[in-house]
Design a protein around this ligand. Sequence first.
Ligand code: GAP
Length: 494
Amino acid sequence: MPVTMDTLVSLSKRRGFIFQSSEIYGGIGSCWDYGPLGVELKQNIKRIWWRDYIQRRPDMVGLDASIIMHPTVWKASGHVDNFTDPMVDCLECRHRFRADKVDEMPWVHYCAATKGNKFTIPAGEACSHCGERRTQCPDCGKGRLTAPRQFNLMFKTFMGPVEEDAALTYLRPETAQGIFVNFDNVAQSMRRKLPFGIGQIGKAFRNEITPGNFIFRTREFEQMEIEYFVNPRDTVEGKPADEYWHERWIADSLAWFQRYGLRAENLRLREHEKDELAHYAKRTADIEYYFPIGWSELMGIANRTDFDLKQHAKFSGKALTYFDEERKEHVVPYVIEPSAGVDRALLAFLADAYQEEEVRGEKRVVLRFHPELAPVKVAVLPLLKKREDIVRTAHTVRDTLARHWAVVYDDTAAIGRLYRRQDEVGTPYCVTVDVQTVGDSDKGESADGKVTIRDRDSMEQARVPIDALSTVFLDLLNGGAWSAVASKYPAAKA
Ligand code: GAP
């Protein structure tokens, strides 16, 4: 059974992944804080994205542009005029809704034809008694809704100490524009030839009318965006270059999410209909994920054509072109934009990793994170915290492994409980230091210098010399199979 959002919210709070922002003040709508494990998970997502797309590819470079940009950027990009959602207000309770979403909610109706009886009418349906369609508030059921009006989603702010129109600017609603306005700077300074891409990770802000569903839709979020510039005059494998690269980026993006653990059956592509395409797009395909709220957008891959570069050239008066040496002409590149939300990616990885299973009559909750994503890679656990030599050895092991990976030490419960805790936060391996490791002089038993490694997924255990730990984890955490460890080292009793 797919995990529910409530389960993820509760686990996230309990185990230090995600907390409601400003919770001690009653919280603030749709803002979330990433706790100690959440921030590790988020950093891991961003790190592998940056490594795979920016560092490993010869045709990509990175950028970190300012969040606050010249206000004309947003005029040129079309956001001042077009980045709006239709909004309706309830005249009674003053709640606000996206007009296009209101019909998707069931609504409370006090029906005049039945002496004001209260009914909950299913989404999209009319009252079967009076025939009235939704004109009333889905929350209070009494107030009438206003006619829709356009609401701009950009957060306004003022530069400098004087709040006047001249100082008005915006928090960026997408990271993309920072890339477009730097196109020439990057192309010139890095001597780039088409096709090439610029990637960026950073915060974006949208004053969403109906945020919600945990970190799925928030007003402050992070994006990982690529603008991939191609020569529209080129053809690749018989296709116009923009169409070829659009297909390539769709396939690459799908494969990337699968490589780090999202199951194929939970991913699908959805083409935007002509009437839902953004004002700049020739074609857009969304990668949707089967979130606990159902199929929803995880990322979008758009063909933005030459719209943005042309607009910025027009508004700034600076040419944003590329000189095509072969054809001896200036062209305005077309842009393919794979754009993913960090928070949505995190939610998808969390939901996909979550599993409940029964082990020896008890429920085990386990997050089967890909090792590269796991917030903690190894937990070092002393079997007896009263034995000073066991504790000391465990600390030494932790310190050695922590030079390479995120490693924790925990002695706050009995071993079975400690294993369950690590399973619940997705730690792929535990190392247990026990009496045999350090020996027992009272009983005349000498130290064997070995520890027990436990594999999260199979729960199998192997006895490995301390000296071999770094090599073993180097292999395991870089994609090596547990079976190789299990066949090389003797099994330890679970
Ligand atoms: N530059 C193109 C662009 O911003 P978008 O589809 O509006 O396109 C891209 O956003 C991605 O950013 C989405 O697929 C989603 O993952 C993430 N995103 C957008 N709005 C969001 C919000 N309010 N909260 C969390 N993530 C959001």
